[in-house]
Design a protein around this ligand. Structure first.
Ligand code: UDP
Length: 491
């Protein structure tokens, strides 16, 4: 790896924990395993406390730096109905001049720009500043990446709403996508976020490659399609896709607040507790919270549940205002007497919990999750099978992959977030996962999947090699730009 010693990359992260965490994890990985230095630029907004206040991910001491850009104010650009997806696009767009000047001001020009999934509009900045190589980092699956890049094609070929199509949507070389599984911005073609999503899909192919947080074993068919399927390759302008996952956050040392939870978990039998949490932005309706509480109580299983106050949508500004401490005045809509009746079996944690540590605790044997991709990877690498309850973004796609293709998750019967999932269904799912043979089989499968994933990250594993290919490409482009011969690509 010595030929990568001198490389330096700039990683651009859009707002939101689900984006910053994988950016920092990638930076740390490049530093620790490849001696590459990385500067992460985080787009921030005036409206929210900076994510880094809550993140607690130790950065590699010598080689990784986090720079929070001055906050952008998009309040004049949004209305009450502007979707979170559109808001993130607007924030990044408003921050483009800040990103440009922050990179231009660096002592040392980076050799590559790595833009996260929401930041492909930074491509011209790389060209402007003479940065030799540029990549998009999609911290999710190859399958959702395929859907994103193919959406502009589907847009031309299909009339009417995707959700009303009688047949699955065709993606060259990949599993077709069921109409009801499309990503959130594809649910309504008349909403502004759809236009943003199309733009995103088109811009990815302006880069020199796409990094995905996936690995060969997990998505063999889709990754092969990106290498071999001519139609798909044409759509992305024949750029390579680098599967470098699973990139997941480390399990941080326990802090005082989490001691309470860890202490409680220490007293529970192995693999007996289900962890219930819906990511950084997931929220449920008042009615749904009540049904979930009843379902957990009726299942008679042990649980740790991260609750948030109810709202009408499936994602809200929680996405931008994380880590907020417990506010005793909030009404979480739990049934009367719920905490008292379940006090010996369950723990209710308001707002935010140290998820990576909880999942990693031996007492945890199941995870009811919105299946955001970070959460999913944390679950898989902690040997924990899931009940998948997709809410927003690409989560319905993740749910189908996990439940139907990989077989490490149970899925809710209802597919729409508008319907309320009844207590009986929740009770049954929890029992199936925690008590039945079915759950045990999934737990074994997850363990196997984890072992293979870890192997892939080791020195001759597929994800490690993929990262080396990426770094070779950077070194080569850097060499070409300097008019000298760069690293020859042999890692
Ligand atoms: N997370 C956490 N505590 C919480 C909720 C979320 O630590 O109470 C972390 C979680 O471990 C994961 C990230 O926030 O690393 C959420 O990312 P994900 O991709 O799962 O979902 P998103 O929030 O982006 O929808």
């Amino acid at each position: 790896d010595s030929c990568f010693n001198n490389l330096h990359v700039a990683i651009i992260s859009s707002p939101g924990m689900g984006h910053l965490i994988p950016a920092l994890v990638l930076a740390n990985r490049l530093a620790a395993h490849h001696n590459t230095s990385a500067t992460v630029f985080l787009v921030t907004t005036a409206a929210s406390p900076p994510e880094s206040n809550f993140i607690q991910i130790p950065l590699h001491r010598n080689l990784v730096r986090l720079i929070q850009l001055p906050p952008v104010d998009i309040s004049h650009l949004v209305g009450p109905t502007t979707q979170v997806f559109t808001q993130i696009c607007l924030m990044v767009r408003s921050a483009l001049p800040l990103i440009r000047s922050a990179i231009a001001a660096m002592d040392r020009r980076p050799d590559a720009l790595i833009a996260d999934l929401f930041c492909p509009e930074t491509a011209p900045i790389a060209a402007d500043l003479g940065i030799a190589a540029k990549y998009v980092y999609v911290p999710s699956t190859a399958w959702s990446t395929a859907l994103t890049v193919c959406c502009p094609v589907l847009d031309r070929e299909i009339d009417g709403q995707y959700v009303d199509q009688p047949d699955p949507l065709r993606i060259p070389g990949c599993e077709p996508v069921r109409p009801e599984d499309v990503t959130e911005p594809m649910l309504d073609r008349n909403d502004r976020q759809y236009g943003e999503f199309i733009g995103m899909g088109k811009r990815y192919s302006q880069f020199d490659g796409i990094l995905v947080n996936s690995w060969e074993d997990l998505e063999p068919k889709t990754l092969e399609a990106f290498r071999e399927n001519e139609d798909l390759r044409l759509i992305i302008n024949k750029i390579p896709v680098y599967p470098i996952g699973p990139m997941r956050r480390p399990v941080e040392p326990v802090d005082v607040k989490s001691d309470l939870i860890m202490g409680w978990l220490d007293r529970q039998p192995n693999e007996s507790v289900i962890f219930v949490s819906f990511g950084s932005g997931g929220v449920l309706s008042a009615e749904q919270i009540t049904e979930l509480a009843w379902g957990l109580e009726l299942s008679q299983q042990r649980f740790v549940w991260v609750v948030r106050p109810p709202t009408k949508g499936s994602i809200d500004n929680a996405f931008f205002s994380l880590g907020t401490d417990f506010d005793g005045t909030l009404n979480y809509n739990l049934p009367d007497g719920f905490t008292r009746r379940t006090q010996n079996r369950g723990l209710v944690i308001p707002m935010w919990a140290p998820q990576a540590q909880i999942l990693n605790h031996p007492a945890v044997g199941g995870f009811m999750s919105h299946c955001g991709w970070n959460s999913t990877l944390e679950s898989i690498t902690s040997d924990v099978p899931m009940i998948v309850w997709p809410l927003y973004a690409e989560q319905r796609l993740n749910a189908t992959l996990l439940a139907e293709e990989i077989g490490v998750a149970l899925r809710l019967r209802v597919l729409s977030t508008k319907e309320v999932v009844g207590r009986e269904e929740i009770e049954t799912l929890v029992r199936r996962l925690m008590q039945h043979e079915e759950g045990r089989v999934m737990r074994d499968k997850v363990k196997h999947l984890k072992i293979r994933a870890v192997e892939g990250l080791k020195n001759d594993g597929s994800s490690y090699k993929s990262m080396c290919e990426l770094l070779s490409d950077i070194a080569l482009r850097k060499g070409n730009m300097n008019g000298s011969i760069g690293c020859n690509g042999v890692a």
